[in-house]
Ligand binder design. Structure first.
Ligand code: SF4
Ligand code: SF4
Length: 356
């Protein structure tokens, strides 16, 4: 890994240079907060944002996309064509870079990589940026507060200058051509460490650290907690829409009015949608809110880990803000914290009794 320092005033030059060859997507301000959007003017980019309302996953997995067109009369499928633009995602936080790595493990690994996802992923450079956590952020509890890989450049704001970690040749060439680079000094390294420390100290102390979350999901699978959490669910699916790692989709064939031609379409779906687990014949494998909400949390905090080695939640906090009835992984962590404290206190009490 190569590290360099650039002046803060060089960042718009870097963005402009990327814009010469790529579509540039970055955080911008809107009425409700910040969103990722295509940039026309480098001055519109906001790098000191806390969290965007929705994640950048739509740039790899669009909410709705045509997979292919078909002609029933001819019994034929049109050749697959995908229009992919070279793109730079600029200003991505470590939690979202970790989320993209998790999407990669689903859509790129295994015997059947997804060609649609892969084409967009391969055409995209990622420029990360260090963050300042909001009160909803808990990436440090999900092991996603650092992104050791998954970016082409990573920028850390040091005040009047940026620390730049460089990990790809394509991005390094643009950086070299557009900015004045210098070697990092001991003062820069100390400033980098201080910025990391400030970030770590900004996390809410109300969000507990819980060991073995995945195991506890099994331990308390039948607890009444899930019925209470489920009773609040409105089935609105806002949680999955904003989540950087929710990747479930449905596939539908849409026939044209001529009844002969049509399109196969992939669109986002969500396991809190009441119809999500309904199969042919009308049977629903998860008919209640309790089962659906528990399933969503189970996949995030247990099921994915079993298959891919890490939890699926990256603690970005978006669903904490999006769910209007307060259903989110922080509630689950607090529940486990309470339960394990109760178990710990009971053990202590028993020990004291035995010692008497
Ligand atoms: S958990 Fe919250 S955001 Fe998700 S579907 Fe239920 S009410 Fe909506
Ligand atoms: S479950 Fe919530 S906190 Fe976790 S990654 Fe998804 S949106 Fe972020």
């Amino acid at each position: 890994m190569l590290y360099r320092i650039i002046d803060a005033g060089d960042v718009p030059l870097l963005i402009r240079a990327f814009m010469d060859s790529y579509e540039l997507v970055a955080p911008v301000e809107c009425d409700q907060g910040h969103i990722f959007d295509t940039i026309d003017d480098p001055n519109d980019v906001v790098l000191d944002y806390s969290t965007t309302i929705a994640s950048p996953k739509k740039y790899f997995l669009p909410p709705r996309e045509i997979l292919f067109k078909f002609d029933v009369a001819q019994n034929d499928v049109d050749a697959y064509e995908l229009d992919v633009k070279p793109r730079v995602l600029f200003g991505v936080h470590p939690c979202d870079m970790n989320a993209i790595e998790k999407l990669d493990s689903v859509f790129l690994e295994g015997p059947y990589p997804d060609p649609y996802y892969r084409a967009r992923r391969e055409a995209t450079l990622i420029v990360g940026v260090g963050c300042t956590p909001s009160q909803s952020c808990f990436c440090h509890r999900m092991d996603a507060d650092e992104a050791p890989a998954g970016y082409d450049l990573f920028l850390q704001d040091l005040g009047d200058r940026f620390w730049v970690s460089i990990s790809s040749v394509a991005a390094a060439e643009v950086l070299e051509e557009s900015t004045t680079l210098r070697e990092a000094t001991d003062e820069d390294r100390a400033a980098f460490a201080a910025a990391t420390r400030r970030r770590n100290e900004a996390f809410s102390s109300d969000i507990p650290f819980v060991q073995d979350v995945a195991m506890l999901m099994d331990t308390y699978h039948s607890d009444p907690f899930w019925a209470e959490l489920g009773s609040r669910c409105l089935n609105c699916t806002a949680c999955a829409s904003v989540c950087p790692t929710c990747m479930c989709f449905d596939i539908v064939d849409e026939l044209a009015f001529d009844g002969k031609t049509g399109e196969r379409v992939r669109e986002w779906d969500c396991c809190t949608n009441p119809q999500f687990a309904t199969v042919a014949g009308g049977h629903n494998f998860r008919p209640s809110e309790r089962e659906r909400v528990r399933h969503r949390m189970y996949h995030k905090l247990n099921g994915f880990k079993e298959k891919h080695g890490s939890m699926l939640c990256v603690g970005c906090g978006r669903c904490v803000d999006a769910c209007k009835t307060g259903i989110n992984p922080i509630e689950v962590l607090k529940f486990f914290d309470e339960k394990t404290r109760g178990a710990h206190d009971a053990q202590q009490g028993k020990g004291a009794t035995n010692g008497e």
